[in-house]
Design a protein around this ligand. Structure first.
Ligand code: UDP
Ligand code: MG
Length: 164
C-alpha cells in the first residue's frame, strides 16, 4: 500500500525525480536510473518531456521570489534537451532519494551522491528530487496524469524488503 499520511519514516512512498537537461546532455540518464534501481526502488512512471512554462513555474513555485527563478525556468523550458521525469516508489524514498541525490550546491554534496560525484555548480546540478511528502504529491500530479503512473509488484519483493 502507498503511504497516504505524511511523516512516517520508512513507509512506502512515491517521489518525483527528474534528470534535468544538463544530465541528459551529459549522458547520465542510465547512471542515475541505475542508482535508484540498484538500491531497490521501483520505477512506476517515466517520460521524456520539455516542460511548458506554466509547469516549470509551478514546479519551482516556492522559488518564485529568488533572483535565479526566471533563468531557471528559461533553462528548463529551453528544449535544448528534454527532461526525464520519473516517479520512484519504495520505503522512505522521498528522504532517501534526497540523500542519493546529494546537497543542492555540488560543493556541499558528499562524494558518493549523484551531485557529489558528477557536478560542480548549482546551476548544472543535473537532477531534481522532491523534498517532502507534500512536494512529492504536488510534483507527481503536476508532471504526470494518473494513468501514466503504473502500480506493479516486484516478483522478488521478499528478497529486497523484509524485516527478517
Ligand atoms: N538553483 C540555482 N541557484 C541557486 C539555487 C538553486 O540555480 O542559488 C537551482 C538549482 O538547479 C536547484 C533548483 O534551483 O536544483 C531548485 O532549488 P532548490 O533550493 O529547491 O534545490 P534542490 O531541491 O534542487 O536541491
Ligand atoms: Mg527543491
Amino acid at each position: 500500500t502507498i503511504k497516504t499520511a505524511a511523516g512516517t519514516p520508512g513507509g512506502i512512498e512515491r517521489t518525483f525525480i527528474a534528470v534535468k537537461l544538463d544530465g541528459v546532455q551529459r549522458g547520465l540518464v542510465s547512471e542515475i536510473i541505475g542508482r535508484f534501481e540498484r538500491k531497490g526502488y521501483k520505477l512506476v512512471a517515466i517520460k521524456s518531456v520539455v516542460p511548458s512554462r506554466p509547469i516549470a513555474e509551478a514546479h519551482y513555485g516556492d522559488l518564485r521570489a529568488r533572483p535565479f527563478f526566471k533563468g531557471l525556468v528559461d533553462y528548463m523550458t529551453s528544449g535544448r534537451a528534454p527532461v526525464i521525469a520519473m516517479v520512484w516508489e519504495g520505503p522512505d524514498v522521498i528522504r532517501q532519494g534526497r540523500r542519493i541525490i546529494g546537497a543542492t550546491n555540488p560543493m556541499d554534496a558528499q562524494p558518493g551522491s549523484i551531485r557529489g560525484d558528477f557536478t560542480l555548480t548549482v546551476g548544472r546540478n543535473i537532477i531534481h528530487g522532491s523534498d517532502s511528502f507534500e512536494s512529492a504529491t504536488f510534483e507527481i500530479g503536476l508532471w504526470f496524469d494518473p494513468e501514466e503512473v503504473y502500480n506493479w509488484r516486484f516478483t522478488n519483493e521478499e528478497w529486497v524488503v523484509s524485516q527478517n
